[in-house]
Design a protein around this ligand. Structure first.
Ligand code: NAP
Length: 485
């Protein structure tokens, strides 16, 4: 089955930071893939903007090289590449200075009827000044959209300051805060599974759900970006944004409509219902050295660093639906596999009529974000054969790429999100108050860790994290799922 593609309206997308890593690895390849399925009209313009002095032809060459590197060769048909490069333009702009703004204004002025979007793929310190310059140069119109990437602040105060800078020149309806996890097909399917099927929603509460586990595990360390990472750590880099968004979508009430503000209101209510975290609900870790592979402390070149490369959390949502059901979250570097999943673990049947089988873990719905986006329902069935009524567990498995078929059916997160920006659909983007509420929840625990002076617990590379992470779930009689693919 191939998804139907509805072309978007003609647009001008200005990518600030077009010569950078994110533009090359994600934004330009995603736009190419959307053009390849005819979603982008010929008249669209993708305008790179950065300080590097470059001609349009030179930036096209750079774009072609990025496509070569980051798009599957089978998709790179010469006529499509040519068509894509025809949409590409470039303006040398210094976000912090005066150069280039008039040229950009003139270029955009040529097509007043085009939807205008500005993607700020630059350091967050430039967000405010770019928003201001766009307004001052008359480039931003009331219908323009501005797209910003994480990190959206490093704490509540800085997130508030950033929101204030943006809202000085743009309405909330014009601001698109990207969390690429929300662009993943599986994450949206979580909403479809919950709210488009009668099957699960009656069971989706503390009466039937024992606990929820959200895991975002990476098997690589921080080498190469150690300095950046050491300023943030797992809590800021993963929990405050991606993992809390996953928690919200799992726990939220059904919105009255599938409309951006209805969905975001419900997510915000979840964050506001979270109990304050206690230090005893958290575990921090740092990976050790392993043979010739360096430890976290060596990777970040700071033997005294207390930044966590792993965190595990036990969260409680105090509302009628979830009171008594813990939500465990864990994320870390150099773990045993690269895996992101949400596991919704159901309670046992109230009374068993069958002989007890020790290893059975009961029903669970596993929503897998990577690798192989898909959904698995763990069911208990009779072990086949004449050996009496023995029970066993089987996965009912649906990998989306198989079910929906290849590239056309499975757009990457950035493809969907950028097209949503052009369509003006904010459902999968974070609202300013959500971001602030998430920081308000994570800030006190980050502060408590700093105040305690305690070091994160060491863990072995290739493991599932520090020993205390097992104790966190173990003390509730629960067991983390294996981190394996
Ligand atoms: P990067 O590789 O360092 O690129 C930065 C870009 O900003 C370059 O194109 C640079 O070009 C441009 N730039 C710097 N100063 C400028 C100025 N004064 N005026 C105009 N352009 C300027 O960074 P990146 O990895 O692409 O990341 C971009 C943003 O996305 C950051 O906020 C990052 O945190 C976020 N992000 C990145 C990733 C990722 O995977 N890379 C993932 C999530 C979020 P010139 O030097 O030519 O000006």
């Amino acid at each position: 089955m191939v998804s139907s593609v509805i072309p978007v309206q003609p647009f001008d997308l200005v990518i600030f930071g077009a010569t950078g890593d994110l533009a090359h690895r994600k934004i330009l390849p995603s736009l190419f893939r959307r053009l390849a399925v005819h979603q982008i009209p010929d008249t669209a313009r993708i305008i790179g903007a950065a300080r590097s002095k470059m001609t349009r032809a030179e930036f096209r060459k750079q774009t072609a090289a990025a496509l070569e590197e980051f798009v599957a060769p089978a998709l790179l048909k010469p006529e499509l590449v040519e068509q894509f490069l025809n949409t590409i333009d470039y303006v040398t702009v210094d976000a912090a200075g005066h150069d280039g703004w008039a040229t950009l204004a003139k270029k955009l002025g040529d097509r007043p009827d085009h939807i205008r979007a500005f993607y700020l793929s630059v350091a967050p310190g430039l967000f405010g000044v770019i928003a201001e310059k766009l307004a001052a140069a008359g480039i931003a119109t009331p219908s323009s959209r501005i797209v910003v990437e994480k990190p959206l602040g490093k704490d509540l105060a800085s997130a508030r300051a950033l929101n204030a800078q943006l809202s000085r020149h743009f309405e909330e309806e014009q601001i698109y805060r990207i969390d690429h996890y929300l662009g993943k097909e599986t994450v949206q399917n979580l909403m479809a599974i919950r709210f488009a099927n009668a099957l699960f929603e009656p069971l989706w509460n503390a009466r039937f759900i024992d606990h929820v586990q959200i895991t975002v595990a990476e098997n690589i360390g921080v080498a190469g970006r150690g300095e950046y990472y050491d300023q943030s750590g797992a809590m800021r880099d993963m929990v405050q944004n991606h993992m809390m968004q996953l928690l919200c979508l799992t726990a939220m009430e059904p919105p009255a409509h599938f409309d951006p503000n209805f969905v975001r209101d419900e997510k915000l209510k979840v964050i506001r219902s979270l109990d304050p975290l206690k230090p005893s609900d958290t575990v921090r870790g740092q990976y050790r050295a392993n043979g010739s592979a360096l430890s976290y402390l060596a990777d970040v070149k700071d033997p005294a660093s207390r930044t966590e490369s792993f965190v595990a959390i036990r969260a409680h949502i105090s509302n009628w639906r979830w009171s008594g059901t813990p939500f465990y979250m864990r994320t870390g570097k150099k773990l045993s596999a690269r895996l992101s999943e949400i596991a919704v673990v159901f309670r046992d049947p109230p009374h068993s009529i069958f002989p007890k089988v020790e290893d059975l873990r009961g029903n669970a719905l596993i929503i897998r974000l990577q690798p192989n986006e898909g959904i698995t329902l763990r069911m208990t069935i009779k072990d086949p054969g004449p050996g009496g009524m023995r029970l066993t567990e089987v996965p009912l498995d649906m990998t989306f790429a198989d079910a929906l078929g290849g590239d056309g059916g499975m757009p990457e997160a950035y493809e969907r999100l950028i097209m949503d920006v052009i369509r003006g659909d904010q459902t999968l983007f974070m609202r300013g108050d959500e971001v602030e509420a998430a920081w308000a929840w994570t800030d006190p625990i980050i502060q408590a860790w700093a105040d305690s002076g305690n070091k994160p617990q060491q863990y072995d590379p290739g493991s599932a994290g520090p020993i205390d992470a097992y104790k966190l779930t173990g003390s509730d009689g629960h067991l983390w799922r294996e981190i394996a693919t």
